[in-house]
Write a new protein. Structure first.
Length: 231
């Protein structure tokens, strides 16, 4: 960790929080990720080695703590000091949505990032009782990333990168950019469905209620001061 060489509290805090990837690691912890693999799935382009380093740094700074979870598995959680960072991280995200140019390249439109967030933001009360399997297809992705499955069951919601082997209840077809724009509120889901940018295949009752299942990003309601663009 590089030092600014200043005793200013802002400089001291920035030495920790301003490290590359650290705000995103904190974001995952604030969303409830506790185990290493769950945190890793929220930052898939961060190497496991670097993630381990950042977790050790945050622990040394008193921002997170390690603990034993179910079946003695190692888990990470925010300390009171870490929990107080929540409005800071949220404020940065809101500012970024409001004021930074929202350009979206093909390499930045990663459906796995959106799907990981999306599976944590489902209104389970509006979904059918029992197991529900949704297959998402992304027309612009290579075969290994073409399909993703969300399985809602009694024990919770699971995101699968390979076929879980259950009968699919609802098929959702789209592309990476469209799902990203919808997730962040730049295109309404209703408009994407009306224009055919997202298509649904399945029983009528599931197609009718599907829009109510998605809670979208907490940032979806934040207006942009700069219009989104694609490149």
């Amino acid at each position: 960790m590089k030092s600014y060489g200043q005793f200013c509290p802002l400089a001291l805090a920035s030495e920790i929080i301003g490290e590359r990837w650290t705000p995103l690691v904190l974001r995952e912890l604030m969303f409830g990720a506790a185990r290493f693999n769950a945190i890793q799935r929220g930052v898939p382009r961060m190497s496991p080695t670097l993630l381990a380093q950042r977790l050790r740094m945050l622990q040394a700074a008193g921002i997170i703590e390690r603990r034993r979870g179910e079946h003695s598995a190692t888990e990470y959680g925010l300390t009171p000091a870490g929990a107080e960072l929540a409005p800071v991280i949220e404020g940065l995200a809101v500012w970024g949505k409001s004021w930074l140019p929202a350009s979206l390249s093909a390499t930045e439109a990663d459906p796995d990032l959106i799907m990981w967030d999306l599976h944590r933001r489902l209104d389970l009360d509006r979904m059918p009782p029992g197991r529900t399997v949704i297959r998402f297809g992304f027309s612009d992705q290579p075969p290994p990333k073409r399909y993703r499955w969300i399985v809602r069951a009694a024990e919770g919601v699971q995101l699968c990168i390979s076929d879980p082997g259950f009968e699919v209840d609802l098929f959702v077809e789209t592309d990476s950019r469209t799902i990203t724009w919808v997730w962040y509120g730049d295109i309404s889901l209703k408009k994407a469905l009306a224009e055919g940018a997202i298509t649904l295949d399945g029983p009528r009752r599931l197609r009718a209620t599907f829009p109510s299942w998605l809670l979208l990003s907490p940032l979806a309601a934040v207006p942009r001061n700069l219009p989104p663009t694609a490149r």
